[in-house]
Design a protein around this ligand. Structure first.
Ligand SMILES: [Zn+2]
Length: 401
């Protein structure tokens, strides 16, 4: 079988090649160069994408596949599992069609099956990098406390743990499930309406990080508030999720330790007028002070929407995170946040158009470097994942090309 050659304007993840060519052999990028630099053989398939921008597939580094209908914790834990799985499969399909070739799902009941299906070639969807269940303390904001504990333990999408040894066990349960990353709740969210509380201790968080790193898995930590951010930095996690209440000092430590910062602006933008005054204030601060500090201190900002995969807000509009980020760091860096930086944060060999990288490639009608709104789903003309064409001329190809 021959190779696939794409011709057109390239955004490699780092720079632009106005008249470029890219050769894909098997699941990998074999060569990237200027027009005329790639030799075309008899069996090769050539696609001319003039007028489109060819770029790395998009990555959403923080989402969930709850398969529910609303933003209600009880809905997420009690939804019928088969229904949740079907809704999540549809979400995966929408994500791929929207140009997302990798997503990182940080705690839910369905993404581990999507991850496995992708690895087995059984998913018309993105590469799903799954945490399986999240890890949290008993009685925290992520625990449906109105249920008796035995029922909460059975229905939740989190493993609850309360001591370093229980936390190690929780990591081992995720590993047993086949997790690609470990997700921990190091603080509450807005559930109480008042002061944000740290969850788990530094000792417990450190045990989680040690056990995960021993297994070669990175740790993503949900952290709201100074205390929780400080705790997860001390514990040595790999990425800070949400990161509300960032300070200059904490940002310097995050930078020094080379951690990723995933501010998840989309979910907050969609819900900023909901909830308590305290919640509104924290979100307002996140869009102003936190993001200004993150920009100023040159944090490794990564795109993650925290969209949760519910019928109220289905997956597919995940490009909005790039639109939000672009207002602070500009179009080029916002695109990097959803490609090369996100791939580095996940530790996968993708997110760049470069030889010996996985061939996850999309082509967009228009030029997202000039206007990131061009990334809207209807402008995604072509999607290749793992070297296979999944969408061509705007049409999904369930049987390949
Ligand atoms: Zn989340």
């Amino acid at each position: 079988m021959g190779s696939i050659i794409l011709k057109g304007k390239l955004f490699t993840g780092y720079d632009i090649v106005e008249n470029g060519e890219i050769k894909i052999t098997g699941s990998m990028i074999e060569k990237v160069g200027e027009k005329g630099s790639i030799e075309i053989k008899k069996d090769d398939k050539v696609f001319d994408f003039s007028g489109l921008t060819i770029m790395p597939g998009l990555i959403d580094a923080h989402l969930h596949f709850f398969g529910g209908t609303s933003h209600d914790l009880m809905d997420w834990v009690t939804v019928n599992p088969q229904t949740a799985m079907l809704r999540s499969t549809l979400d995966a399909f929408r994500l791929l069609s929207s140009g997302f070739t990798t997503v990182r799902s940080l705690g839910d009941k369905t993404s581990i099956a999507l991850s496995r299906a992708f690895k087995n070639g059984e998913l018309l969807g993105p590469r799903v990098f799954s945490a399986s269940y999240s890890i949290a303390q008993t009685g925290g904001d992520d625990d449906p406390r109105i249920l008796p504990i035995d029922i909460a333990n059975r229905l939740s999408y989190s493993y609850y743990c309360d001591s370093p040894w229980e936390c190690r066990k929780a990591v081992r349960l995720c590993i047993r499930d086949g997790a690609d990353v470990i997700k921990v709740y190091a603080s509450g969210s807005f559930a109480g309406g008042g002061k944000i509380k740290r969850e788990l201790t530094v000792e417990e968080l450190s045990a989680i990080v040690d056990e995960s790193h021993e297994a070669g898995l990175k740790v993503a930590a949900h952290a709201y508030g100074e205390e929780a951010i400080s705790n997860v930095i001390k514990a040595g996690v790999d990425s800070i999720e949400h990161g509300l209440g960032l300070t200059e000092k904490l940002a310097e430590e995050i930078k020094e330790k080379n951690m990723c910062y995933v501010p998840t602006l989309t979910a907050y933008a969609l819900s900023k007028n909901k909830g308590s005054e305290e919640r509104k204030k924290l979100i307002e601060r996140h869009f102003n002070e936190d993001m200004e500090i993150a920009k100023e201190k040159k944090l490794n900002i990564v795109a993650g929407t925290d969209l949760v995969g519910i019928s109220e807000e289905p997956h597919g509009l995940n490009y909005l995170e790039i639109v939000h980020l672009s207002k602070y760091i500009g179009n080029l860096d916002a695109l990097k946040a959803a490609t090369v930086n996100a791939a580095t944060c996940l530790g996968i060999n993708a997110g760049v158009l470069k030889e010996n990288y996985i061939a996850d490639i999309i082509a967009i009608k228009g030029n997202p470097l000039n206007d990131v709104n061009e990334l809207e789903p209807n402008h995604v003309d072509f999607v290749m994942i793992n070297g296979k064409i999944a969408k061509l001329n705007g049409i999904l190809m369930p049987f390949g090309v």
